[in-house]
Write a protein that binds this ligand. Structure first.
Ligand code: COA
Ligand code: AMP
Length: 634
């Protein structure tokens, strides 16, 4: 049998007989009611998987393993170099704690279909809070701790939660991030009034409580009775996770329950090559989709042991931190972003620290979140001597669109490529008229509908936005927003975004959203934001400001103010540190800002004068501005 045949047979079957294929995979999940229809395609593009079925995600992640012989197996390892803490929870302990937290949440009047926002650091209570919501059939929405109050408030208004679960602080290597004042501000700013906040006081910082609205986590928990799992429809939302849109209004990606559990279960075995009982480590954050799928739900549904790491790849305490965690907990795989490896490589280019650790159980490194740049992938391959698998992901898709299926059939890794499509994904590269392109040609990457289980059935309260943003440009396809090519062997390379999304340290940001903040400054008439190449973070945002006529304050005062505004309104995660004041922005004759050309200039890449440019002299001004500020050298 030639390499790849087994994968190709599985993939082909998933496209020719999707219902048969996914019904077979669904046998790995406990259902309280079997589905009526595997795929309901009566209302495209709103496809529904396992329609009529009922199940509970928390039961599948915890209770069935407790009942099925894994009660004393470790389910969750909390490893926090930032607080010098390590804790282990068996499946029984985790189930019991989650059941009590679910009781505490239910006592606040939260039930099936109600929304709960979690704004929490990487502590066990965050994972437990998510699973406790799932237990009740409530819909959780986790907001990443690096987002500011305004971002939190826009999410509060969009999903109208009955409850917020939070902690007094998060811990960054150089500072304590006080969460509670941000929660208070966000609730204040939001139109939707949040009736209840449950606050976990961490020993590093005590937060003040708002009487009548806030409860202390431990006190509320002490009074709570354990709650049982509530069956929900397979098509009911398990969570909402917000991601960058093209405007300041984030998109609430909805994840349904049944299809997601089935897809994650399939992927744990076939993509990540994990056996139940093994230790699997995803070094992301529960605030991101990768954290939802592969810190929380995937490993637990599969009966594996998951690691929750509250630390960084470097500086906690050094660039050997990842090797320490892998060896100490005997992890068989690590899933992280290339930026983390670039950070390690920068501090320990020869990988000397690796020699202090025993990585004999470690089989595979998985990278995602941004392009796995070949130098970083090669460095990791040489250092670790295991397959390094780059796989392509989006918040919208819930699990990998493409990957190299280590448990099914490992295929050769091609540098710069995310390997081959996951089951259920029929990918095409389309030109601007929606016609499929030839192998090797770069165009828009699009997935033929229906997408496989686990992918987003809609956006929260925004069916039309779902249709418009993703499903209308190429009829019959999901527009991924990424551009790339597919080679003769069917390997998919993801090169860049086609919209104004940039990728900063594996975090997805919208330049349009940053522009909205800059444009709100009193002295700014016009602005543009681009992502420029950065050795560590992949890209970082850079702003260009045109000031209003008559403004004659020192430019550095204004740039410092806009930097602070972005930090206050979007959050430190935006990593917006630089802006340039310019006289004019380069535009086409129809008024479109030439961001692409500016980006090439800033990255010192070759660029050509766009034929439609309104005034070529503006580009010279931009070039001079970039040079003076040290951004471009050609
Ligand atoms: N809460 C509050 N603030 C946070 C935060 C959190 N959970 N996470 C990050 N921040 C802050 C950081 O402190 C930093 O603030 P600063 O500007 O005051 O220094 C800012 O947000 C940017 O953070 P980050 O991009 O994480 O940069 P860093 O310099 O702290 O660390 C890396 C660099 C490469 C180590 C880090 O980005 C990393 O580990 N990235 C991996 C990303 C990842 O796993 N993505 C998931 C996709 S798989
Ligand atoms: P997010 O929704 O935050 O997970 O970000 C998704 C985006 O990250 C994708 O649309 C891509 O632009 C980028 N991305 C994720 N994984 C990869 C990868 N392996 N290669 C290239 N880009 C990636």
């Amino acid at each position: 049998m030639t390499v790849g045949n087994k994968y190709r047979a599985v993939h082909a079957r998933s496209l020719s007989d999707p219902e048969g294929f996914w019904a077979e995979q669904a046998a790995s999940i406990d259902w309280s009611k079997r589905w009526d229809k595997v795929l309901d395609g009566t209302n495209p593009p709103f496809y529904r998987w396992f329609a009529g079925g009922e199940l509970n995600a928390c039961h599948n992640a915890l209770d069935r393993h407790v009942d099925g012989g894994r009660a004393e197996q470790v389910a969750l390892i909390y490893d926090s170099p930032l607080t010098d803490t390590k804790k282990k929870f068996t499946y029984r302990e985790l189930r019991d704690q989650v059941a009590r937290i679910a009781g505490m949440i239910a006592a606040q009047g939260v039930g099936k279909g109600d929304r709960v926002i979690l704004y929490m650091p990487m502590i066990p209570e965050a994972v437990m809070g998510m699973l406790a919501c799932a237990r009740l059939g409530a819909i959780h929405s986790v907001v990443f701790g690096g987002f500011a109050a305004k971002e939190l408030s826009s999410r509060i208004d969009d999903c109208a939660p009955k409850l917020i679960l939070t902690a007094s602080c998060g811990i960054e290597p150089t500072r304590i991030v006080h969460y509670k004042p941000l929660v208070d501000q966000a609730i204040e700013q939001a139109k939707h009034k949040v009736p209840r906040v449950v606050l976990l006081q961490r020993s590093q910082s005590a937060a003040t409580m708002v009487p009548g609205r806030d409860l202390d986590w431990n006190e509320a928990l002490a009074k709570a009775q354990p709650a049982a799992c509530v069956p929900v429809k397979a098509t009911d939302p398990l969570y909402i996770l917000y991601t960058s849109g093209t405007t300041g209004q984030p998109k609430g990606v909805v994840r349904d329950t049944g299809g997601y559990c089935v897809a994650l279960s399939w992927s744990m075995k076939n993509l990540y090559g994990v056996e139940p009982g093994e230790v699997y480590w995803c070094a992301s954050d529960v605030g991101w989709v990768v954290g939802h799928s592969y810190i929380v739900y995937g490993p637990l549904i599969h009966g594996a042991t998951t690691i929750l790491y509250e630390g960084k790849p470097v500086g906690t305490p050094d660039a050997g931190a990842f090797w320490r965690v892998i060896s100490e907990h005997k992890a068989m795989a690590l899933f992280t972003a290339p930026t983390a490896f670039r950070a390690i490589k920068r501090e320990d280019p020869d990988g000397k620290l690796l020699k202090n650790y025993d990585l004999s159980k470690f089989r595979t490194l998985f990278l995602a979140g941004e392009r796995g740049d070949p130098p970083t992938v090669e460095w990791a391959q040489k250092l670790l001597g295991v397959p390094v698998v780059d796989h392509w992901w989006q918040t919208e898709t819930g699990w990998a669109i493409c990957g190299n299926f280590q448990g099914l059939e490992p295929m050769p890794v091609k540098l710069g490529s995310t390997s081959v499509p996951s089951p259920g994904w029929h990918l095409d590269v389309l030109d601007e008229n929606g016609h499929p392109m030839k192998p090797g040609e770069v165009g828009a990457l699009a997935g033929k509908l229906p997408l496989p289980p686990g992918t987003f059935p809609t956006l929260w309260n925004a069916d039309e936005r779902y249709r418009q943003s993703y499903m209308s440009e190429f009829p019959g396809y999901y527009k991924t927003g990424d551009a790339g090519f597919i080679d003769e062997d069917g390997y998919v390379s993801v090169m860049t975004r086609v919209d104004d999304v940039i990728n900063v340290a594996g975090h997805r940001l919208s330049t349009g959203q940053i522009e909205e903040v800059l444009g709100a400054h009193n002295d700014v008439a016009e602005c543009a934001v681009i992502g420029i190449a950065d050795e560590l973070k992949g890209q970082v945002p850079l702003g260009f400001l045109v000031l209003k006529a008559g403004v004659n304050r020192p430019p550095q005062e204004i740039t410092a103010e806009v930097v602070q505004m972005v930090r206050d309104r979007i959050g430190p995660v935006a990593f917006f540190k630089s802006a340039l004041v310019v006289q004019r922005l380069p535009k086409t004759r129809s008024g479109k800002i030439l961001r692409g050309t500016m980006q090439k200039m800033a990255d010192s890449q070759p660029w050509t004068l766009p034929a439609t440019i309104e005034d070529p002299a503006v580009l010279d001004e931009i070039k001079d501005g970039l040079k003076t500020a040290g951004f471009a050298n050609k």
